[in-house]
Design a protein around this ligand. Structure first.
Ligand code: SAH
Length: 378
């Protein structure tokens, strides 16, 4: 079939394996035909063929002619059984190269924070299945690429996870180069692991390109380092999607008391349970807490509060998802004039000759004071 042919309003039935009919579909659609595809002879019926004026049986270019005729005969038989008296042609179709799926981490929302490898994958995709929190990119895409939004919002999943997996796998099996474009890093609460397993089970080539996770980048963008020498030497990233259980709360409160930073993702709806649970397990009410909403967007906003006042302050400010919540003294580590060790903003700090706060081990230098006895932080 030549692309300059204008088929006007004819609807063409393409019969054959998806990997072949997908290639033909593009050609016929360019010729302005309506297209219906069948990849199983048993789906051919007078009802499914209604409105169809022409049928094309797709056979692989590489098949020798006896095989091709056999394959075509199966479809002719199906058309006869359906009682369809249509003009039929057989087309040999070059097999597309095998499709693949690349899970691409899009970073925390700024297109500038997609990795070079991620951009390369996007530029070479036939189809991109994009999450809501993946950054908006248009400049780098190939012409004709299809972008399918499959984003989720809390409590509202327009395309269920199982359906997303089915769609990306079908597209890859049809020979397409598929990008599954996700917010942050694909393996941090992104269900990337599940998608990878589903692709492997379906026998599809699958790769992952890491992304910058919002768990680190959103605090960083708000001026909060998740670790800071002398203040916090570990951080724990927790999903607040479901309420934390008593074991988790006890464990987190213990970690936090020993100086770890807690980073909560998807934690807005469960914030009241989380903060009351941490308090019940002994975390001090004055522990600093920051809610960082919509990082890297024009609406980004930081709300600084404490464990004791978080629920009231977050409600008063109308804090909403998506937000990263940080709990621990690092919240104020870089505040103007703040000193490592106290976790308190300068304005609320004791004067310089007052005793050093209990959170400090006593030898914490003031911010900006050179500390020659210690190894430099890289
Ligand atoms: N895989 C992602 C996280 C997916 S879970 C990553 O590595 O970043 C979705 C949660 O991430 C949101 O509910 C929110 O807690 C957080 N999040 C992602 N992007 C964000 C942004 N730009 N600003 C604030 N929070 C964000």
């Amino acid at each position: 079939m030549h692309a300059h042919v204008d088929l006007g309003s004819v609807t063409v039935a393409l019969l054959g394996p998806r990997r072949l009919t997908t290639t033909l579909r593009d050609t016929y659609q360019r010729a302005a035909a309506g297209v219906v595809e069948f990849d199983r002879p048993e789906d051919v019926s007078s009802r499914s063929l209604s409105g169809v004026g022409y049928a094309v049986i797709a056979v692989p270019e590489t098949t020798d002619s006896a095989d091709a005729l056999d394959g075509a005969d199966v479809w002719r038989g199906a058309l006869a059984t359906a009682g369809a008296a249509l003009p039929v042609s057989v087309e040999r179709v070059a097999e597309r190269t095998r499709g693949s799926i690349t899970l691409v981490g899009g970073g925390p929302g700024d297109p500038g924070l997609i990795t070079a490898a991620g951009l390369h994958a996007l530029a070479h995709a036939d189809v991109i299945y994009a999450d809501r929190l993946a950054p908006a990119v248009t400049d780098e895409l190939a012409p004709g690429v299809r972008v399918v939004p499959v984003g989720k919002r809390p409590g509202h999943h327009p395309v269920p996870q199982s359906e997303i997996q089915t769609q990306i796998i079908e597209a890859a099996l049809a020979g397409e180069t598929v990008v599954r474009f996700k917010g942050g890093d694909p393996f941090v609460f992104g269900r990337g692991g599940e998608e990878l397993l589903a692709c492997r089970e379906a026998g599809v080539d699958v790769h992952v390109i890491p992304g910058i996770t919002s768990a680190v980048a959103v605090p960083e963008n708000a001026g909060i380092p998740v670790t800071f020498r002398e203040l916090s030497r570990s951080f724990t990233v927790v999903s607040g999607h479901d309420p934390l259980d008593e074991n988790e709360l006890e464990h987190l409160a213990g970690l936090s008391r020993s100086g770890a930073t807690i980073v909560l993702l998807m934690g807005m709806a469960t914030l009241p349970q989380t903060v009351s649970g941490l308090a019940r397990h002994g975390l001090a009410g004055e522990t600093p807490l920051a809610v960082l909403e919509k990082g890297f967007s024009p609406e980004e906003r930081s709300t600084y509060t404490t464990l004791a006042t978080a629920v009231v302050d977050a409600a008063a400010a109308g804090c909403a998802s998506p937000a990263v919540t940080v709990i621990g003294p690092v919240v104020h580590a870089l505040a103007d004039g703040a000193r490592p060790g106290s976790g308190v903003p300068a304005s609320e700090m004791p004067t310089s000759d007052a005793p050093v706060s209990a959170a400090s081990n006593g030898d914490t230098p003031d911010a900006g004071t050179p500390d020659p006895g210690r190894e430099a932080r890289s």
